[in-house]
Design a protein around this ligand. Structure first.
Ligand SMILES: Cc1cc2nc3c(=O)[nH]c(=O)nc-3n(C[C@H](O)[C@H](O)[C@H](O)COP(=O)(O)O)c2cc1C
Length: 157
């Protein structure tokens, strides 16, 4: 029977398993960062767009304010440990690309890394943003898309 419940109990029903992605951002010093994201979605067919919601406290938030591009990465089954690393450590403290031994090639849009082992990667330019409580929704227009026929998308449990 449907009952009035508190927020954590209701959230538990909509949380896992879920699609989880990574976003590559550009650090102000020219290096790159990675963040694990559950809060993302497609928002336009033509032009193609994705929105990502990034917490104000995240280093990725600083990066996106500075470098107005991101690569949205759909991970493959082999990338679970990278999702954990990118979702628990901050790019303020570590270089997640070297810590996670990430293999990549330079993207075509702003040269942000395209992860070789991912299932798909969308290179996006930030075209708008809106504050949403303690997060900012960055809307990116897809300029280039990559996919790996051998890789299967991974659902986070
Ligand atoms: C499964 C999972 C999903 C997450 N989803 C989001 C999200 O949608 N938005 C966000 O701001 N942080 C999210 N996080 C938290 C960030 O990934 C985490 O705080 C990360 O360490 C931030 O790194 P940064 O400081 O280098 O940006 C998620 C973490 C996990 C493990």
């Amino acid at each position: 029977m449907m009952q009035l419940h508190n927020l954590p109990e209701a959230y538990a029903k909509v949380h896992l398993p879920s699609k989880v992605a990574l976003a590559v951002t550009g650090k102000p010093d020219g290096n790159y960062n990675l963040i694990t994201l559950e809060w993302f979605m497609r928002t336009s067919i033509a032009p193609p767009m994705f929105a990502i919601s990034v917490g104000h406290s995240r280093y990725s938030h600083d990066c996106l304010q500075d470098v107005r591009f991101f690569n949205l990465v759909f991970p493959s089954a082999g990338q679970k440990s990278l999702l954990s690393l990118a979702g628990s450590q901050s790019g303020r403290d570590i270089d997640k690309f070297s810590a996670g031994k990430v293999l990549s090639l330079p993207g075509k849009l702003h040269k942000l890394p395209v992860l070789k082992d991912a299932a798909a990667v969308f290179e996006c330019e930030v075209v708008s943003q809106v504050k949403s409580g303690d997060h900012t929704i960055f809307v990116g227009e897809v300029k280039y898309s990559w996919s790996n026929p051998e890789a299967e998308f991974f659902y986070y449990q």
